[in-house]
Design a binder for this molecule. Structure first.
Ligand SMILES: [Zn+2]
Length: 135
C-alpha cells in the first residue's frame, strides 16, 4: 500500500479533516482505562500530514493544558476525530487519526491495516496485552 490522502469527519460533519496516511504502516489500539471505554483505534501521523476544518467545534479531553496529549471530539455529535500531542518515545509531535472517522478508506483497506496493540493499562506501551478480545 502507499500513502494516500483520506478524508474524515465526525458524524454531523461539523468537523472534517484530510490526512496523508499509509495504512500499511499500521494502526494502534490500547487497553488503558480511556481507550477501553472509547474503543480506541488510531493511526499515527506527523502533524503536517493532517489538515483540520471546523476546529472551533471540537472539545479537548482532558481539558488541561498541562497535559500535552489529548483526544478531540465534536461538541455537537460527540464523535472523536483525532488525538494529538507530543510523545518523545514515538518521535515527538503526532496526530492520532481515528480509523472509524475515516470516510473514504475502504473496508478492505481498513481490514488490511496491521494493528499494534499497546498495554497502556500497565503503562507498558510497547508490549502486547495478554487479552484484547474484550476491547
Ligand atoms: Zn459532529
Amino acid at each position: 500500500m502507499t500513502r494516500k490522502t483520506y478524508h474524515g469527519s465526525c458524524h454531523c460533519k461539523a468537523v472534517t479533516f484530510e490526512v496523508d496516511l499509509d495504512l500499511s504502516h499500521g494502526t494502534g489500539r490500547c487497553n488503558c482505562s480511556y481507550c477501553r471505554k472509547v474503543r480506541e483505534w488510531a493511526a499515527m501521523v506527523k502533524p503536517d500530514a493532517f489538515r483540520l476544518s471546523g476546529a472551533e467545534n471540537l472539545t479537548r479531553y482532558p481539558d488541561d493544558p498541562s497535559r500535552p496529549n489529548a483526544s478531540f471530539f465534536c461538541r455537537n455529535c460527540g464523535v472523536r476525530t483525532h488525538g494529538a500531542g507530543d510523545i518523545p518515545e514515538i518521535g515527538g509531535p503526532y496526530v492520532g487519526v481515528q480509523i472509524p472517522a475515516l470516510d473514504d478508506a475502504t473496508p478492505e483497506e481498513i481490514i488490511a491495516a496491521p494493528v499494534q496493540w499497546m498495554n497502556g493499562l500497565k503503562d507498558d506501551w510497547f508490549s502486547i496485552p495478554a487479552e484484547t478480545r474484550h476491547l
